[in-house]
Design a protein around this ligand. Sequence first.
Ligand code: MLT
Length: 410
Amino acid sequence: MTTINDHFLKLKAGYLFPEIGRRVNAFTDSHPDAKVIKLGIGDVTEPLPEAIREALHRAVDEMGDRDSFRGYGPEQGYSFLREAIAENDYTSRGCDVSADEIFVSDGSKCDTGNILDIFGTDNTVAVQDPVYPVYVDTNVMCGRTGQADDQGRYAGLTYLPCTAENNFTPEVPDHPVDLIYLCYPNNPTGAVATKETLKKWVDFARSNGSIILFDAAYEAFIQDESLPRSIYEIDGARECAIEFRSFSKNAGFTGTRCAFTIVPKTLTGKKSDGSSHSLHALWNRRHCTKFNGVPYIIQRGAEAAYSDAGQQQIKELVQFYLTNAKILSEGLSSIGISVFGGENAPYIWLKTPDNMKSWEFFDHLLDQAHLVGTPGSGFGASGEGYFRLSAFNSRANVKEAVNRIKTLMG
Ligand code: MLT
């Protein structure tokens, strides 16, 4: 009989967000009149900016004309988009990233999982704890871990606890690790990294021959100009880092789907004979073999994010969600809840009141206030006793959510 990939059986029951969805559906089935407000998954709610919509319409019209119709595009992305990204996100900030080091894709979730195809299964892995679950689950799926313990920590992974004590920014490990996942601004804690912090990671990676997988999906939320938006703002990062970026959270593309990954041509990994090989070449091979490119129409929409009007509208969108974060943060603080994040990130990370366990608080909020958040323990053992609220919602819902929490706990 055909065998299965047994490693999947090590995974904890369900992916976090579907599990939340299951519990919410069970609640709404039994309380059909409840007006549930969802601040759980970080999914945008506000419409696509006008400049992007106009570009999408124009591209649809091009596809309706024989002369401008396009079939398969370059797997790596059209050069108009790759060049716009290189210029606006990198060159203009003094980063050395060229258009042909950019791979346009359908999402950072997919990219952070897919990138593992090009690395040996014998590599050791470090993750921040709490952590975006995709990094861990995709390593479990491809056999890079043992079984999970009672707290959900998989054998073989190095967990870097992020707690209030270390300001949710862990130090580098005291032993070498091959692959290091870093996410700044952080999902779920909302913590940010300074240039000094990232420099320590780059130095650590270079001295150990490690690769940093840097998830910068939330960089647009950085307000403090002294903070790095890309790991390539750090000297030496081209020798040790791959960066993931997305149009989902800044330009409202969660349903539209467009992202990109930077794999510098200067990056190498070790072959089994000990010699080195280009990671750019491997990722290019993988991308072209398993992916047919993001639709032309969508790439034109993404390109419009870099027009003057697009930049202005995106800025307004980001400010809208950051104001939501401020309302949540101030409202919760005013009733004595300890709140973190939310200043350079769209997530509020809070300490659960009365030392409630994360899932206990989830059920309490859902039952009593008809509010949905994300239990911190769902992101890792160090998230136990914490809870995440997403700022991605309408202003009215965010204000109503704060009122309900105040009524319940104030
Ligand atoms: C989250 O809620 O953590 C995000 O929506 C995850 C994602 O973007 O996939």
